[in-house]
Design a protein around this ligand. Structure first.
Ligand SMILES: C[S@@+](CC[C@H](N)C(=O)[O-])C[C@H]1O[C@@H](n2cnc3c(N)ncnc32)[C@H](O)[C@@H]1O
Length: 253
């Protein structure tokens, strides 16, 4: 193993199969102030695109688990934010694809005005209830056709969601939409998982269109971004890109 591999293993969450983290789907789970169990997940409205679900039951459970919360809080989000602390997140922040709200719950502690855009109506409704006491705005909608005006946000964040968008073409629509709703100079940051055998099993009958880090920079550039960086680790990659500021004679947004 190279030194780089060892460094990235430290920052990116790795599946941990110690007994303390064993999955017990019948058990009632309490995660922060959000509680659910297997039956209620099964009753959740599932979205069909052909034979494929946006998120299968295991996946829904996993995205609410304490294990995922710890991974996001201690490793993944600090890695994506890089030199920024939560206090450094100011202005209007768009979170794309919050799912059960693990990242949302962390971001709401920052001084930014947070808007979370979720396509799944049941998840969006649950998030609204979960964050009813806080300043988070939850919008139900499709990030490939965002219900926001141009240049509305100063930062956009997409965590572990791009592979749920069901085609590369739609993923590119999403990138263009993020570019459209960001202000000139606005930052787009995020991460996604890298595909491997376990990842594919976890997405059984689930949407899985992996994003290839090697070509992701070109896709961001094609969507109009500049100052692009894409960095791979063993299980995930992170990215950062900026909507260009108009030049002296450039277009106004
Ligand atoms: C694996 S979850 C990630 C949740 C969260 N970002 C995290 O890291 O814990 C992916 C979420 O993206 C949502 N999603 C997928 N396609 C979407 C789209 N086009 N617009 C908005 N949300 C979308 C899914 O419904 C799901 O809740």
């Amino acid at each position: 193993m190279t030194r780089d591999d060892m460094a990235t293993r430290k920052v990116v969450g790795e599946a941990d199969h110690r007994p303390g983290n064993r999955i017990d789907l019948g058990q009632k789970l309490r995660i922060g102030h959000f509680a659910t169990n297997y039956d209620s997940i099964a009753r959740d409205r599932l979205h069909d695109s052909g034979n494929t679900l946006l998120m299968n039951r295991f996946h829904r459970w996993y995205c609410r688990s304490d294990f995922w919360r710890r991974t996001v809080e201690r490793r993944l989000l600090p890695w994506v934010l890089d030199d920024r602390t939560l206090d450094g997140l100011e202005g209007d922040l768009l979170e794309v694809g919050p799912g059960p709200g693990v990242v949302t719950d962390i971001l709401r502690r920052s001084p930014c005005r947070l808007t979370s855009l979720e396509i799944d109506p049941a998840l969006a409704q649950a998030l609204r209830a979960q964050f009813s006491e806080s300043e988070v705005t939850v919008v139900e909608g499709d990030a490939t056709k965002m219900p926001f005006e141009n240049a509305r946000f100063s930062i956009a964040l997409s965590m572990t969601m791009l592979h749920h968008v069901p085609s590369p073409d739609l993923q590119d629509h999403l990138l263009r939409e993020v570019h459209r709703v960001l202000r000139p100079g606005g930052l787009f940051m995020g991460s996604d998982s890298r595909s491997d055998g376990l990842f594919e099993i976890a997405h059984w009958r689930d949407t899985l269109v992996p994003v290839e880090p090697a070509s992701f920079g070109e896709r961001l550039e094609a969507a109009g971004f500049e100052e692009i960086s894409v960095e791979s680790a063993r299980k995930a990659f992170r990215f950062r890109a900026r909507r260009p500021r108009p030049g002296p004679s450039g277009p106004t947004p």
